[in-house]
Design a protein around this ligand. Structure first.
Ligand code: ADP
Ligand code: MG
Length: 317
């Protein structure tokens, strides 16, 4: 029997810890820790397609674009997406290849810089929802709005630097490089794809694609990737072992195995915060509905146990 094909979505902590500056050395160290968790799964026989976030990296790049504009032109958001995919993809293929070799496994690891199609009719273009880049004072935020046409919002009311640029976070429609990704997967290559949610592109009348100023949620794009490769399971690895009801409250309750209908009900009831756990559960629900197979949310360090059903939140058909 062919081994199980799993799409794994890695969260921000796989690449940068919250308390770190984000130097190259720090990021490599984190990616190496991640690679040491992932390599044993491949040794067990799971076939993996890996995706990952890019929030802190894209945020840092945006600061560099703004601060250096006097000398070199600022690059677009789509270009920054491409740059961070290349950066993180390199770190992952570098460390994962090495850790696999150490496990005695001879497997190719390859990053596909992935474009993800979105619709410019998506409602989020009218009312952008995703904060990106640095925090600003109200004064600076309004100046950027005036000068650059940014949409800015107060995201932390009452705080001096409580303003941020917000950009559209449209729904992913299609993985443009899905054929290339599937060819690699069929040939046994461990593929890293759709990093940071992919480079958002729109399809033009002449069949070409062009970048759009938006950011796609990496968990939602992760589901589209899982669909594109026909994954047997979809696993979201973050910094908590299980998703909870009443998160952060005294009556918080960890979820183990829940039916997809239950997950949907809890999502509607607002148990999973929209900027964090919400899109993960949403992506899992979409996967389970589409595949009639399970999806898991757990922490990076519990991935192996969760795949054996010993821990994690399992959303089941
Ligand atoms: P990642 O960077 O891995 O994509 P996020 O930081 O976006 O992850 O989301 C994970 C975080 O979601 C957790 O650290 C936790 O603080 C938060 N969270 C929100 N709602 C819940 C919930 N219901 N159960 C567990 N964690 C939740
Ligand atoms: Mg996080």
């Amino acid at each position: 029997m062919a081994y199980e094909l799993i799409v794994v979505a890695l969260g921000g902590n796989a690449i940068k810890q919250a308390n770190e500056k984000g130097t190259t050395e720090e990021q490599f160290k984190n990616v190496d820790i991640t690679a040491r968790e992932i390599a044993p799964l491949i040794k067990k026989g799971f076939r993996l397609v890996i995706t990952h976030g890019n929030g802190p990296q894209a945020g840092a790049l945006l600061i560099q674009q703004e601060e250096a504009e006097e000398y070199v032109p600022a690059q677009t958001l789509a270009t920054c997406g491409a740059m961070t995919q290349g950066q993180i993809g390199w770190m992952m293929q570098n460390r994962l290849s090495f850790r696999l070799k150490q496990e005695g496994i001879d497997r190719a690891v390859c990053t596909v810089v992935t474009q993800v199609q979105v619709s410019d009719e998506d409602p989020d273009f009218k009312d952008p929802s995703k904060p990106v880049g640095p925090f600003y004072t109200k004064e600076v935020a309004l100046k950027l709005k005036e000068e650059k046409g940014y949409v800015v919002k107060e995201v932390k009311p009452g705080v001096e630097k409580g303003w941020r640029r917000v950009v559209p976070s449209p729904e992913p429609i299609d993985i443009v490089e899905k054929e290339a990704i599937n060819d690699l997967v069929k040939n046994g290559v461990i593929v890293i794809a759709s990093g940071g949610g992919g480079i958002p592109v729109k399809l033009n009348g002449d069949g070409s694609y062009s970048g759009v100023e938006a950011v796609i949620d990496k968990d939602r794009a992760g589901f589209k990737l899982a669909q594109a490769v026909g994954a047997d399971r979809f696993v979201v690895l973050t910094d908590v072992e299980k998703a909870c009801l009443n998160f952060g409250k005294p009556d918080q309750k960890e979820l183990d195995f829940i039916h997809v209908d239950e997950a949907e009900k809890y999502l509607e009831e607002g148990h999973f915060l929209m900027g964090s756990m919400g899109p993960k559960i949403q992506a899992c629900i979409r996967f389970v509905r589409w595949s009639k197979k399970e999806a898991i949310v757990t922490s990076l360090h519990k991935a192996g146990d969760a795949l054996e059903g010993k821990t994690g939140t399992h959303i089941v058909p």
